[in-house]
Design a protein around this ligand. Structure first.
Ligand code: SF4
Length: 244
């Protein structure tokens, strides 16, 4: 039986992108193939070298024994530079990670929704935002099991927030919900051109619709061409984009 490793799930309102303002359940997976350390540096600060494992702020927290002092994931301090979900990417924070079956994850997600179902009595649908970490990092088989679960049938809209390095195809051919793929280009821009072309493929099943939203945060003008390449990659697949 597949299990999902995740850090947290919570109910809130989407604060960005196409579905801003829509009530959503956020599911944050554990693990990422990047270690982004350059977010939030003051303007003009030289970017830190790629290949550095720890954001200095996170390194200091670890050196100060943060994991032995903090009981709950939600009580961990906020950092101001680097990946803001550091506790979902570094193995040192595994103690906060949940490792649960599809049944257990569904129980958790539905317990967060006011009416305990994805489509409310007034017709408003609750979206599911699968974020991370990197949610497409080897989890494809689990996503099929989760999204095809009997108690997920009234779920109409799923957003995968991905760093765009992983294949989306295995997910796309297996689920029938409408998915909205939101590749955050910042990591590839920081680390190099690792963008998966599958993100914009139109080779998906007929009963599956998806769109791609590009959120590119660039630290330097020299990174703009790479962000533009990602946008062009998505535009090169109008058939897939027009299905939504
Ligand atoms: S890709 Fe996203 S989750 Fe992963 S390290 Fe970078 S900012 Fe964090």
């Amino acid at each position: 039986m597949n299990k999902l490793r995740y850090s947290e799930a919570f109910y809130s309102v989407q604060g960005e992108g196409k579905f801003v303002g829509v009530p959503s359940v956020f599911l944050r997976t554990f693990g990422c193939n990047f270690r982004c350390i350059n977010f939030g540096l003051p303007r003009g600060t030289p970017m830190r070298e790629t290949g550095v494992k720890y954001n200095p702020e996170v390194r200091k927290l670890l050196d100060d024994g943060i994991t032995s002092k903090t009981e709950k994931f939600e009580d961990l301090p906020i950092v101001h530079t680097g990946c803001d979900t550091y506790a979902s990417i570094y193995p040192e924070f595994k103690k906060y990670m949940m490792d649960r079956t599809a049944d257990e994850v569904v129980d958790h997600l539905l317990s967060l929704i006011p009416e305990g179902k994805w489509t409310m009595n007034n017709g408003q649908d609750i979206h599911l935002v699968i974020t991370g970490g990197e949610p497409l990092l080897g989890w494809q088989r689990f996503w099929q099991e989760l999204l095809e679960h009997p108690r997920m049938r009234d779920l109409k809209n799923v957003t995968f927030e991905t760093n765009a390095t992983q294949s989306f195809l295995a997910v796309a051919i297996s689920i029938t919900a409408v998915a909205f793929v939101s590749p955050v280009a910042s990591a590839p821009v920081c680390e190099g051109p690792h963008i998966s072309k599958d993100i914009s493929t139109d080779s998906v099943s007929e009963n599956f619709s998806y769109a791609v939203a590009i959120s590119a945060l660039v630290a330097a003008k020299s990174s703009v061409p790479l962000a533009s390449e990602l946008v062009d990659t998505a535009k090169a697949s109008p058939a897939a984009l027009s299905k939504v």
